[in-house]
Design a binder for this molecule. Structure first.
Ligand SMILES: [Ca+2]
Ligand SMILES: [Ca+2]
Ligand SMILES: [Ca+2]
Length: 368
């Protein structure tokens, strides 16, 4: 600045000196003016210098303040960068871990994808095969369906025809049945009337019959009483007569003990002539009764029909026997049984020849 001022002054002086070579007075005043101007410029320069110093100091202060701020900002930035770096490291580790996991997952997915691809191929193959089979079956079913449809249509037509025939028959039957029903209804009503008349007649007859039945019951009771009285009288008279002609009573039977002797056949004929038959010994008591007669007699027992099979004269088999010891021995031809005295009451029978002569016992089991 000072140099510019001196440069201006020098140029001005040079130009003024050139002109003052001709004008000395003006030169002296000009020199004085220049001195004054130089003084003012010096002061101005000093002021300017002071202002510049102040300005410089202010600038330094501002720069210092700016420097402080920049330093603080730098520290702050350094801390931020450090923090960011730490975060970045952690995030980088996390990302690396994620990448590793993703890589593993990618490998697994790739493996799964391959498996799925194989399965898909297998399924495709199976499905294709099944689809072909189904297509074949579908065609078969379609043919069968067509056949069935054809058959069913034919049957339906036949059934429709039969249905029409049956409907006509049904109408005819309905008509016939309605007529028959009306006739039957008419006959039923007539029968109802007849039945009522018959019921009435039968009721009257029933009442008459009931009355006659009661009368008959009374008559029957009277006859029963009379017959009972007569039977008792006859029984008494019969018992007396039986005793008079030599019959003996034991238990509920009467016995005829002969005084003659005949063969077994003739003896039985005699009993039959008397309306009875040879004795049948049914109990131990009856056996003892016969034994106590102390006679050699035929009894109604024989094995003439079949050897060894003894039967009573009424056809019943022998169940309780009172043979002597060693009998029956069928010594020769011995088919008829007799009873004779012996030491034991219960061992008196013997098989003997039917043509032998012996007494006999007839038994009457009539309820007298
Ligand atoms: Ca008897
Ligand atoms: Ca015999
Ligand atoms: Ca014998």
């Amino acid at each position: 600045m000072e140099e510019r001022i001196y440069a201006n002054v020098s140029s001005t002086e040079l130009s003024g000196i050139d002109r003052e070579e001709n004008q000395d007075t003006r030169t002296k005043r000009m020199q004085q003016t220049v001195v004054k101007a130089t003084n003012r410029r010096s002061r101005l320069a000093v002021v300017c210098m002071g202002l510049l110093c102040v300005l410089l100091m202010t600038t330094n202060v501002v720069l210092y303040m700016y420097y402080i701020n920049v330093k603080e900002e730098k520290n702050s930035l350094a801390q931020t960068i450090f923090s960011l770096r730490a975060n970045f490291t952690a995030e980088r580790e996390t990302l690396l871990s994620s990448i590793r996991n993703l890589t593993e997952e990618k490998d697994q997915l790739k493996s799964s994808y391959q498996n799925l691809t194989e399965e898909k191929d297998q399924i495709n193959k199976t499905l294709t095969k099944e689809r072909d089979q189904l297509r074949s079956r579908y065609q078969n079913l379609t043919e069968e369906k067509d056949q069935i449809n054809k058959t069913l249509t034919k049957e339906r037509d036949q059934l429709r025809s039969r249905y029409q025939n049956l409907t006509e028959e049904k109408d005819q039957i309905n008509k016939t049945l309605t007529e028959e029903r009306d006739q039957l209804w008419s006959r039923y009503q007539n029968l109802i009337k007849e039945k009522d008349q018959i019921d009435k007649a039968l009721t009257e007859e029933r009442d008459q019959l009931r009355s006659r039945y009661q009368n008959l019951i009374k008559e029957k009771d009277q006859i029963n009483r009379a017959l009972t009285e007569e039977r008792e009288q006859l029984r008494s008279r019969y018992q007396n007569l039986i005793k008079e002609i030599g019959w003996k009573k034991f238990g509920s039977s009467f016995y005829y003990i002969s005084t003659e002797q005949k063969s077994w056949i003739e003896a039985r004929k005699d009993c039959i002539k008397r309306g009875v038959d040879l004795v049948i010994i049914n109990s131990r008591e009856e056996q003892e009764f016969i034994k106590k007669q102390n006679k050699y007699v035929w009894i109604g027992l024989s094995d003439t029909e079949r050897e060894g099979v003894w039967k009573w004269v009424d056809g019943s088999p022998l169940t309780t026997a009172f043979w002597k010891s060693g009998e029956p021995n069928s010594n020769g031809e011995e088919d008829c049984a007799d009873s004779f005295s012996a030491t034991s009451l219960l061992q008196t029978w013997n098989d003997a020849s039917c043509s032998n002569q012996a007494g006999w016992v007839c038994e009457s089991t009539l309820p007298y």
